[in-house]
Design a protein around this ligand. Structure first.
Ligand SMILES: Nc1nc2c(c(=O)[nH]1)N[C@H]1C(S)=C(S)[C@@H](COP(=O)(O)OP(=O)(O)OC[C@H]3O[C@@H](n4cnc5c(=O)[nH]c(N)nc54)[C@H](O)[C@@H]3O)O[C@H]1N2
Ligand SMILES: Nc1nc2c(c(=O)[nH]1)N[C@H]1C(S)=C(S)[C@@H](COP(=O)(O)OP(=O)(O)OC[C@H]3O[C@@H](n4cnc5c(=O)[nH]c(N)nc54)[C@H](O)[C@@H]3O)O[C@H]1N2
Ligand SMILES: [Mo]
Length: 682
């Protein structure tokens, strides 16, 4: 019998919760996962995905060796052969077409500071083509930054002090399960809970009120609410006077809003709009929790600013229980996301040319590139064939390349497109420091086992590649940590030096609160905007993104009332409980509870089309089609269909077959839900 060991670590998935865990190992294997109560935001309740890590890391389906494609099948090769082939290709493309003929694509598969080493390699290579923008949340981030100056919110446990909680386009019971803990505590203390979502979800089951707008129209709903609040004089005069720029102009802009018309546009009846206005202006303190769902439209940034206006005019910012709860980047002490440079086409800050294309339009932009054309792609920590919009275009673009390398744990849809697949580490196989966008901790994702098989972390892959490429030893030493545990720890310790409160030793014991923590965000009423005030009126918004400087409603381009609405049903593709995007669905422990893909359709819509529960339907638009089982739900707003994102093409039902590569109005996000389709029984 080997001896059991327990380590403290943290989940590095792109998920609000970023739970702290205790991991048990025995004989160099992960055998059990437990909660880590030291994290006040995630003291209990690890999700099924977290528990399934035991299976994930030990899975027989994992890629454990380098592979090369031969006649559409994959064969194991040695690392030597893999490095030789890749080095030869890199040199060839660099010499004949320039470094920008190589695409370096990464996404959100694994968080950690060491990810920066990958960019170091590509900089040493002489640059590359990269992507700007992000699939996830930038429209809302940018809207918040323009208005409040930065992205932060009260600590998660402060939520229990709210008397009114409005959750708008978020489904925390699935996407942030630990948030349900303070929500429940607040409810026990008498708080009212309101949800605004076209769907009835696991979260809305707990609600006192559920309002179901037409997707993409939340902006007009919020403006109608604001108009009523202002007309009734239920605003916080003192707060507005002291801290807000542009209130008069905002008030003026609402004159043209007709409540009846607004009601028709958003599909919410006038009495409900009045009820929301009454609750939002009279029950204090209010925390408004905007999710990332409703900002994934072409009007997503402006929609977010319309919602934020409600928190501002009622003075619900900077107090216990009063908060705009979008994203908290206070734990992100190492990155530039607060000033989101990475979301813009890079402007040669170091003199090395990185050409950048849009993440949202990945397929289209890859195909369009000339001078040089793309010849090769390197993909790590992402699954673009499944997760980026317009899969058919993305696939076409990858197939047009001459050579593709994908670093992956499993044979995903993207890995299948590769010429060489390199085996990727899991969270247990290399230490790294991570933060969260919801809980305010800095955490160590701790190495607890040796990598399985021949797996190498990216830092090690790049180290060896850099050697073979003939980069100088000094250059390599400055840019890539030597492949040993000790060198990695030294590298991380170096990063921690500016923060004496946090040491690697401390992080090994458990999560550490961020040293810059403001428990009640903006309680000092300092706003990092050009005027130093909350900017309801933002000239920067207008200059940078060409939008109205005031929060204003623009129709979503393809959404139900939009000008490109050629098909009758709005397809929403939100996140789901038992997957993190395209991860986890391939595990037996997940399949046991979530065995097959399905589309949710409304009962009345189904009847009109003669569709019964469990019938197969064909869902289509002019971008693509898929076949999937229908589940009928009387509570879904009519005119909508839901297919959660994350299903693999290998499963036959990836919703991005149908979505268009379109950017949001600000932040270069992806407007996934701005997506009209039709469906029929087959
Ligand atoms: N279990 C699980 N947790 C996750 C993730 C995961 O994949 N699985 N992913 C993580 C990541 S990266 C993200 S970005 C977050 C996202 O998590 P959330 O912020 O919860 O976002 P979504 O799940 O995309 O959408 C939330 C809700 O928005 C609703 N919605 C869609 N369109 C509209 C609209 O126009 N108006 C309104 N009012 N509501 C609308 C959807 O019906 C859905 O219920 O979750 C994180 N947590
Ligand atoms: N239709 C639709 N599509 C969506 C969304 C939507 O709402 N609707 N949501 C979007 C959002 S919010 C997000 S955040 C994106 C997420 O899209 P991606 O960022 O592409 O994330 P994942 O699907 O989680 O895929 C990450 C991959 O990284 C791999 N991986 C994990 N750890 C490592 C590692 O250490 N090294 C390497 N090399 N690989 C690793 C995993 O095995 C997995 O295959 O999806 C977006 N796609
Ligand atoms: Mo995301």
């Amino acid at each position: 019998m080997g001896s059991k060991k327990i380590f403290s670590t943290a989940c590095p998935r792109n998920c609000y919760s970023t739970c702290s865990f205790k991991v048990w190992t025995e004989d160099g294997k992960v055998i059990n996962i437990d909660p880590q109560p030291l994290n006040l935001a995630t003291p209990e309740g690890i999700c099924l995905k977290g528990l399934s890590y035991v299976e994930r890391v030990n899975s027989p389906k994992r890629i454990l060796h380098p592979l090369k494609k031969v006649n559409n099948d994959f064969q194991q090769i040695s690392w030597d052969e893999a490095f030789d082939t890749i080095t030869e290709k890199l040199n060839h493309y660099k010499k004949n077409y320039s470094p920008q003929s190589v695409l370096f694509y990464y996404a959100s598969g694994m968080s950690g500071l060491l990810n920066g080493v990958s960019s170091n390699f590509w900089r040493m290579f002489g640059g590359a083509t990269t992507v700007y923008g992000n699939l996830c949340w930038p429209a809302g981030l940018e809207a918040t930054r323009l208005t409040l100056g930065e992205n932060k919110h009260n600590v998660p446990w402060d939520l229990e002090n709210a008397r009114l909680i409005v959750v708008w386009g978020k489904n925390p019971a699935e996407s942030n399960i630990q948030q349900m803990i303070p929500i429940e505590k607040a409810q026990q203390k008498g708080a009212k809970l309101v949800f605004i979502d076209p769907r009835r979800t696991a979260s809305t089951e707990r609600a006192d009120l559920l309002v179901q707008p037409i997707p993409g129209t939340d902006g007009i709903l919020a403006l109608a609410i604001a108009k009523i609040i202002i007309e009734k004089g239920l605003i916080d005069h003192d707060f507005i006077e002291k801290h807000v720029l542009g209130f008069d102009a905002f008030k003026e802009s609402l004159i043209k809003i007709d409540i009846e018309q607004a009601s028709k546009e958003c599909g919410v009846s006038v009495p409900f709009i009045q009820k929301l206005a009454y609750d939002i202006s009279t029950i204090k303190p209010m925390t408004l929790i905007p999710g990332y769902g409703m900002q994934r439209y072409t009007n997503g940034g402006q929609t977010t600013r319309c919602l934020l206006a409600l928190s501002i005019i009622t003075g619900n910012i900077g107090k216990p229980g009063a908060c705009w709860h979008y994203a908290d980047l206070q734990g992100d002490i190492f990155s530039e996301i607060k000033e989101p440079l990475s979301y813009f086409p890079p402007e040669k800050p170091d003199g090395i040319f990185r050409r950048a294309i849009s993440t949202a339009r990945l397929g289209e932009d890859m195909l369009k590139l000339t001078n040089p054309e793309l010849k090769m792609a390197w993909v790590e920590r992402g699954n673009p064939v499944t997760q980026n919009p317009d899969s058919n275009k993305v696939k076409e673009a990858f197939r047009k390349l001459e050579f593709r390398v994908v670093v992956e744990q499993f044979m995903t849809d993207t890995a299948r497109e590769a010429d060489i697949v390199l085996p990727a580490k899991t969270m247990f196989e290399q230490s790294d420091i991570i933060s969260s966008y919801w809980n305010p901790y800095v955490q160590l994702r701790q190495k607890v086992i040796e990598p399985r098989g021949e797996v190498k972390p990216e830092t090690e892959i790049y180290y060896h590649l850099a050697k073979r490429m003939g980069f100088s030893d000094a250059k390599i030493e400055n840019n890539i940590p030597y492949p040993s545990d000790e060198a990695i720890e030294n590298w991380l310790s170096e990063k921690l030096k500016p923060f004496p409160e946090i040491t690697l030793e401390k992080l090994k014991q458990g999560p550490v609160l961020t040293p810059v923590l403001q428990e009640i965000a903006f309680s000092d009423y300092k706003f990092n905007t050009p005027s130093g005030k909350i900017e309801l009126y933002s000239e920067t918004a207008n200059k940078k993104w060409g939008v109205n400087p005031l929060p204003a409603y623009e129709k979503a381009i393809e959404g139900k009332t939009g000008k490109e609405a050629e098909f009758p049903f709005n397809l929403m593709s939100p996140n789901t409980k038992n997957r993190i995007h395209s991860q986890f669905g391939n595990l037996e422990s997940i399949k046991a509870v979530d065995p097959e893909p399905f589309a949710t359709i409304n009962l009345g819509d189904a009847k009109a089309k003669g569709i019964n529960d469990n019938d197969f339907i064909r869902v289509f638009n002019h971008r693509g089609e898929l076949t999937i089982k229908a589940r009928i739900d009387a509570s879904l707003r009519p005119g909508n269909i839901v297919i959660v994102n994350g299903y693999w093409h290998q499963e036959g039902s990836c919703p991005n077959t149908l979505s268009k590569g379109r950017e949001t109005d600000m932040g270069h996000g992806s407007a996934f839900h701005d997506n009209m389709v039709d469906y029929e029984k087959i």
